[in-house]
Design a protein. Structure first.
Length: 158
């Protein structure tokens, strides 16, 4: 099996220059706005994206610490396996956020509810499609009995 090498298709510009105080998920980002600057060679790929209310951004957690297999996540007080969390210090530091799409321009997207650092490399953009992406009422493991109500990152992963 060969491992593909990924090249960013752009970067996200956000108001967050430090992990501490940054929202930990788009749901807690209020109306924090940002811009996805797409490399001009990928401009044609933005065709037909206007009209979607939300998009998935797949990106590199470029400021994440070395991987850990057990962490205490932001919204909990108990150690958990990394794959049962959304903590950034992963074996492959890949992030996923469902942000609100405000506007599509030639080579950039205006977005809201951003929860990533400024200058985050973007690997892919996918439309959010509710019939495929929403599963209301499903179980969410330890999240269902959250012990902490943190909405902003602290320094635990820096």
């Amino acid at each position: 099996m060969t491992t593909p090498l990924f090249q960013p298709i752009g970067v996200v510009r956000t108001p967050f220059t430090d992990v501490v105080g940054m929202p930990i998920q788009p749901a807690y980002a209020e109306d924090a706005r940002g811009v996805v600057e797409v490399v001009p060679a990928y401009q044609a790929g933005l065709r037909d994206l206007a009209g979607f209310e939300r998009i998935w951004l797949i990106y590199v957690l470029h400021a994440a610490n070395d991987a850990k297999l057990v962490v205490t996540p932001f919204r909990d007080t108990q150690p958990r396996g990394i794959f049962a969390t959304r903590a950034p210090c992963r074996p492959n530091p890949i992030g996923l956020s469902c942000v609100r799409l405000l506007a599509v321009h030639a080579t950039h997207l205006e977005i809201a509810e951003v929860d990533m650092l400024d200058n985050t490399p973007v690997l892919d953009i996918k439309p959010y499609v509710p019939v495929y992406d929403a599963f209301p009422g499903v179980r969410a493991g330890w999240f269902d009995a959250q012990a902490a109500d943190r909405r902003r990152a602290d320094a635990r992963f820096t």
